[in-house]
Design a protein around this ligand. Structure first.
Ligand code: ADP
Ligand code: MG
Length: 447
């Protein structure tokens, strides 16, 4: 077993790099391979959680490579006798559902309303999710949640599903991703069980489809989804959908589906702000503290992280997890220095500053004007307005001064830039279409 693990470790190190290897894999031991399942001993629950979520696939892969094919990994924590099963490797074949069996995807235990931190950027989405979860008469159908990656869509979906199941045990809540919907539909086509498929989907009480954007362009799947959707809506069954963009923006989605999706309540999760990030960090830190009693953290660390990691909640969470694991393996207090050292790669990635040129290009693309007009003299509204939006974003998203921005807009005076920025600030408050455009552009630029 030790020899096998030795070889697997060498392969793993090549795949994930020396640093991650030292932090995550080094402390683990392979204790058994049985019936396609590898068992790995880990010193802490936290370490096995992390490895299970991030490296299960890799472990399965390398064990196969070194001559011991397995399809899943289980962890045993030395401190605890309880065994937890790791998520099965992503590429393992999905178990075939028997006829009549629930097709629902598993829910993440941690994605509850209790664990969801509410702030300005997500309060509407949260309120709508709570309303749907409370059951009662269906007032908006579908509930359509959208927003960038890692902002809590899946978290809210799972929380809704869990809550409904707890309050109405007889309700059949079907939660799955659009990809799983497609996969099952294609499978039903192949196996000529489409009638069963339809029957199964059309007899649920609540249908929840995550990441709907993935069925854009998949024509027969879209068609089937459309019929399922209509049947359920006609029966007054609640539907909850999530996507990474608004219904109208989903690529290669049939118009009639877009317009059906727009009949319900559409709410977006905005990019996080500093307060929300800090709140989330505080709440996750509290959870970690019970896992790592005695681990100290210097003041200012959370504030530093909330300032510096702005991409999304998933990254924020990952950073904190790594930090705690690192500190506990080292047996040291979490300080600012340690944070900077341990999270250097994440901090660097979040440092990526948007350039004024990128802003000009994106805005020009969005409004379908020529890039040259961003710097040129044209004063017609169709060109001047997008130019002002680009000025506004340049002021907001870069650290350039007004004169510097002016130079990059064809040598305009700093007062012209200031005027443009003020104009957009003013319009933004009055024109929700414009406000949405700006949010979208900002999100595209931050991605
Ligand atoms: P999405 O589906 O929008 O890409 P997820 O729901 O998977 O994002 O969220 C990514 C991670 O961030 C999850 O671990 C989730 O629990 C966490 N998360 C996101 N928003 C919040 C929040 N407001 N409070 C607590 N955790 C959050
Ligand atoms: Mg998701």
């Amino acid at each position: 077993m030790d020899k096998l693990w030795g070889q697997a470790r060498e392969e793993l190190q090549k795949i994930i790099g020396a640093d991650s290897f030292a932090t995550w894999i080094e402390p683990l031991r392979l204790t058994g391979v049985d019936d396609g399942t590898a068992t790995i001993a880990s010193p802490t629950r936290f370490l096995s959680d992390w490895v299970s979520r991030h490296y299960s696939d890799d472990i399965v892969k390398v064990l196969g490579r070194v001559g011991s094919p397995v399809h899943r990994v289980t962890f045993e924590t030395r401190a605890q006798t309880a065994r937890q099963a790791a998520a099965p490797a992503r590429r393992a074949p999905a178990p075939r559902p028997a006829a009549g069996e629930e097709l629902t995807a598993p829910l993440d235990q941690r994605f509850t309303f209790d664990n969801f931190v509410v702030g300005k950027p997500n309060e509407l989405a949260h309120a709508a999710a709570l309303r749907v979860a409370a059951g009662g008469p269906v007032t908006f159908n579908p509930l359509f949640l959208y927003g960038g990656v890692g902002l809590g869509k899946t978290h809210l979906m799972h929380a809704i599903a869990r809550e409904i199941r707890a309050n109405q045990p007889e309700a059949r809540v079907l939660y799955l991703s659009a990809e799983q919907f497609m996969y099952r539909f294609v499978q039903a086509l192949r196996e000529r069980t489409v009638m069963d498929f339809k029957e199964l989907f059309r007899t649920v009480s609540v249908l929840m489809v995550d990441d709907l954007q993935f069925i854009g362009g998949k024509d027969s799947t879209q068609e089937e989804f459309f019929h399922t959707f209509n049947t359920l809506v006609d029966q007054g069954k609640q539907i909850v959908i999530s996507a990474d963009r608004a219904p109208g923006e989903i690529k290669d989605m049939e118009e009639r589906i877009k317009s059906r999706l727009q009949c319900g309540l559409i709410v977006d999760l905005h990019p996080t702000d500093y307060e929300l990030r800090l709140g989330i960090l505080q709440s996750k830190t509290d959870a970690f503290r019970t896992q790592y009693p005695g681990l100290q953290m210097a003041p200012g660390v959370l504030e530093f992280l909330a300032h510096r990691i702005t991409s999304n909640v998933r990254v924020l969470e990952g950073a904190l997890q790594r930090l705690f694991a690192f500190a506990s393996l080292m047996g040291r207090e979490i300080t600012l220095d340690m944070t900077q050292e341990c999270l250097a790669d994440i901090l660097r990635a979040n440092d990526r500053k948007v350039s004024i040129e990128e802003i000009q290009r994106k805005v020009a693309e969005h409004y379908n004007i020529r890039l040259a007009d961003m710097i040129g003299p044209k004063r017609v509204r169709t060109v001047a307005r997008p130019r002002q939006i680009a000025m506004y974003l340049a002021k907001q998203m870069t650290s350039r001064s007004l004169p510097e921005i002016g130079r990059r807009f064809g040598g305009r005076d700093h007062t012209t830039i200031m005027h443009g920025v003020r104009k957009i600030e003013e319009l933004r408050g009055a024109d929700s279409g414009l406000a949405e455009d700006i949010d979208l552009l900002r999100r595209l630029l931050e991605a």
